[in-house]
Ligand binder design. Sequence first.
Ligand SMILES: N[C@@H](CCC(=O)N[C@@H](CS)C(=O)NCC(=O)O)C(=O)O
Length: 235
Amino acid sequence: MLKIYGFGSVPGLPDLSPFVIKAMTLLKMANIDYVVDPTGFRKAPKGKLPYIDDKGVIVADSTFIRLHLEKTRGIDFDAGLSPKQRAQSWAVEKLCEDHLVPLVAYHRWTDGANFAKGVGAYFDRVLPAPVRPIAKWAIRRDIAKRLWKQGIGRFNDRELGMLGARDVETLSILLEDKPFLMGEGACAADAAVFATLALLMDPATISATREAALGKPNLVAYRDRMMGRFFPEIK
Ligand SMILES: N[C@@H](CCC(=O)N[C@@H](CS)C(=O)NCC(=O)O)C(=O)O
């Protein structure tokens, strides 16, 4: 059976990582059975999760996992979309992954209270007690440095709130009252948008952008619908 390497589920989320959630959602959309292995981080080909082992073929990165599934299973996650919709689907996915996810990651990792409730609690579960404090400190410092270099870490809370509100408004307007981003059926971007909204609305990570998202009934209903459909075990 196909194996996906992830971090493991945390309260309210199918995995700690939105990229793992995205890849798991793609697998569910394609009706491909899989098992999750939370022990593969050290061997990750790109130093990040997710990656998959598909009968010995190792594929890293959620987008390359999508392309691998499309090629090997003869499927097209964007079937039925026009070229313009495909372009919109890609643009929205990358808005989520390259802008909104780093913004949420900033709040998740750098705010002490958020960290303690979310990633910190995960580390308390998976790290041996003696190394926990130093490991948590070092990983947080590393992530803060990376977010500074990426750019999102240079904004103050007011600026982040303004940027996040724009992302949220964009997603809400594009979704309208449709069940999925592009209409009646799920497309590739739905996996990424769902994963991002699940992370954004996670009660462990408080932010102005979360409040903005919770103020959009169509986005809340979408997150709930996707979670109920693909991860009914997550409450
Ligand atoms: N472009 C990658 C991004 C994956 C990614 O950033 N994964 C993070 C978790 S959210 C990770 O493994 N980070 C560990 C690290 O960078 O050390 C994808 O789409 O799979």
